[in-house]
Design a protein around this ligand. Structure first.
Ligand SMILES: [Zn+2]
Length: 383
């Protein structure tokens, strides 16, 4: 009890002591390293910070360079290049630079009670901002090194998340559309970055950590395969009917499907009637029980089969129904781009490949084999 009271007294005295110092424009004691901020020296006699010219030069430069658009990463890199020691005598880290650029003391504003120590776990703590209404300003405790306008100019860009440029990868026209004879997809590959020697190769020809190399197909030069493939695409597009025939045979004609659906429905009806008859037989037990049971099981099985078949047909019917209105568009599309096939951009070419059904893309032969540039026959087909 006595110790508790003593602690309260000390706390009270400390708070009052701090308040007096703040009111008179002096930095309160016990606020961590605030007194020794980079760019300043703490003057014990006045309780205020004085500018340290040798460090203030660095502060000014950081703010000015940041305003020109240099990132904290670049700024830290520059300081390390001239081998200037960081505030703690080590290398500059982008985070150190960021902390400086964010600190309002450099425009002459000293806050007290701004941050709060928060327990994380074990012996770890972190600091978070208190609500701004609780902050206290200590007038005149720190002289400004940069002017308030410059300080505010650099704050907004610092809030932006760091955007790293995405490296440009070589794109391959046929990637996603090629399959090797072994079944594996064939992907674009270059021997070196931005090399002119580029190939399509089967992914199974490359050993991976979880599976060995299982295919020995040779790669095909990108220029050879692409020009052949595109020539075929062009040929197909000259004749949209081929494309449509392919699409139709894949999805089935609507009328034929309709007839099949009607037949399927009739079968189900017949089976249901048979089932009822068998059930009746079972209840009046005119026939041998086991015979009726067997017959019932047979009908049940047929019934189930017929129903799943009908569901499948109806599914295909729905797809076909969507297809027929699309057919006109396919035709239009073909005629529209027929004369401009050579002027298409890479992305437009990819689009053409995506809309064409696989079978019509390569109608003469379904594979590219024995390319003249390779001794070993290589088979790559569209899919
Ligand atoms: Zn292969």
């Amino acid at each position: 009890m006595g110790a508790q009271l003593e602690r309260e007294k000390i706390k009270d005295r400390t708070i009052r002591g701090k308040a007096t110092r703040i009111a008179s424009g002096r930095l309160p004691q016990g606020t961590g390293r605030t007194g020794t901020a980079y760019g300043y020296r703490y003057d014990k006699a006045t309780g205020r910070r004085n500018i340290e010219p040798s460090e203030a030069v660095v502060i000014t430069e950081l703010f000015e360079l940041c305003a020109t658009g240099l990132s904290t990463y670049k700024l830290a890199e520059r300081l390390n290049q001239v081998e200037l020691p960081s505030p703690l005598g080590a290398k500059w880290h982008p985070r150190t630079v960021l902390n400086i650029l964010r600190n309002p003391i450099y425009m002459g504003v000293t806050y007290f009670n701004r941050r709060q120590r928060v327990h994380v776990s074990g012996k770890r703590h972190t600091y978070v901002d208190r609500p701004q209404s609780e902050w206290a300003v200590i007038d005149g405790a720190t002289p400004a090194i940069v002017d308030a306008d410059l300080f505010r100019t650099v704050q907004a860009p610092l809030d932006q998340p760091l955007v790293r440029p995405v490296p440009e990868y070589t794109r391959y026209l046929l990637s996603g559309f090629l399959r090797c004879a072994c079944g594996g997809p064939a992907c674009g590959h270059e021997l070196q970055r931005n090399s002119k020697y580029r190939y399509y190769r089967c992914i199974n020809t490359v050993p991976r950590t979880n599976r060995p190399r299982t295919c020995d197909a040779k790669g095909i030069r990108v220029s050879v395969l692409e020009s052949r493939a595109w020539a075929e695409v062009c040929e197909v597009i000259q004749d949209p009917e081929t494309v449509l025939t392919e699409l139709r045979s894949k999805h089935g004609a609507t009328t034929a499907l309709d007839e099949e659906i009607v037949r399927g429905q009739a079968t189900i009806k017949t089976l249901a009637a048979q089932k009822q008859r068998a059930m009746r037989l079972f209840t009046i037990a005119e026939a041998d029980d086991s015979d009726v049971k067997r017959e019932l099981a047979r009908i049940n099985k047929l019934h189930l089969q017929a129903r799943s078949r009908l569901a499948e047909l109806e599914g295909r019917r729905a797809v076909s129904a969507q297809f027929e209105p699309m057919a006109e568009k396919v035709k239009e599309y073909c005629t529209l781009i027929r004369d401009r096939l050579d002027q298409l951009t890479f992305d437009q070419k990819r689009e053409v490949l995506e809309v064409l059904p696989a079978e019509s893309r390569s109608k003469k032969t379904d594979s590219y084999e024995s390319c003249s540039c390779f001794q070993v026959p290589t088979k790559y087909a569209f899919y």
